[in-house]
Design a protein. Sequence first.
Length: 448
Amino acid sequence: MGTETVRTPEADEAAGRRREQRGWYFYDWACSVYSTSVLTVFLGPYLTTVAESAADADGFVHPLGIPVRAGSFFAYSVSLSVIVAVVVMPLVGAAADRTGRKKPLLGAAAYLGAAATAGMFFLDGDRYLLGGALLVVANAAQSVAMMLYNSYLPQIAPPEERDAVSSRGWAFGYAAGALVLVANLVLYLAHDTFGVSEAMAVRICLASAGLWWGAFALIPLRRLRDRRGARQEASVNGWRQLAATVRDMRRHPLTLSFLLAYLVYNDGIQTVITQASVYGSEELGLGQSTLIGAILLVQVLAVFGALALGRLARRYGAKRTILGSLIAWTLTLAAGYFLPAGAPVWFFVLAAGIGLVLGGSQALSRSLFSHLVPAGKEAEYFSAYELSDRGMSWLGPLLFGLTYQLTGSYRDAIISLVAFFVLGFVLLARVPVRRAIGEAGNPVPDRI
């Protein structure tokens, strides 16, 4: 006689949850290519070149009649995209929690961003305004989509699984970024072999990121499920809702304390990511190929780093592991201060150190914050989390720039960023996370 397997409701629920988690990972796989190939590597230099070709004799372009130095146009466009995201995210987050229809909003944001990125193929000649507009749309859409994507974490993973699930998501993203960046670099560096110009190669690389984003976003949109919320009034004022969210967070001061610590050390992380190439080129005298190779190394090692720190969190808890990663960040920057000029090997060692702690620091911060969010308010709270990330990311570059201005040394500028990791360590160490989770009304994991 054969034996018949009896499926229990618990087993069905676990299988459904794993299916959703696997789908959730693929959104990181889909959109991280935009961050790596478009924002980090190709768009800044190319859009600057396009703006310069449209500039007047004094080097200025005039969007809406405003004189802007061509070399600043990319940075200003990024800043404008952040402002747009800050305005839109509270509105979308409130709508997602009130209606429970998170997936259609995620799909709309993802495909708006993917379409804008694919449209960068048409960025040629002197079409700098087209490039700026597409960048604002794509970057703001990515911020909104990431807020919604992050808010799924407490819904698809029970407390004991969140560190591992969050870490795998980051690992998927870094793996995709590395894979596509390799293909992009082959096309870019050997464009003559493929019979295309350098500018055409860049446009293909930009557009391919949008196509990749749109194609792989289908997987999470098929697998993630909406959880219906209590429907309230259809019209939601985004800023009023943000104010209400902040008032609600004041009833959870320990959640706010964690958010403050995250703001500080994450600003340091983001500044290292954006300024390391400046340090490498200006202070260490390294070439573009070395810098791009270092970016690729960071992407690859961040995959293993995210998974490794996820394993450490299972043994030692997320908070201790994040604190350990902040010590590692501090030591890495201290080592970077002493790097000899003209020695790419040591710069690659620095990149390896960054890669190993980068993904894990971010993944575990996301999962730890998810424990501190009251049930039913995931999108609203992750809107504040994403806003904090975007809204505070100017402090690190400001300190970096001021230090260089006052001392004339990029070594002093890079070591000044240690302050963010030291202060972030102190603030995080003071947060009693077990009590914070309990006060948010959530079950406390055995190890946190």
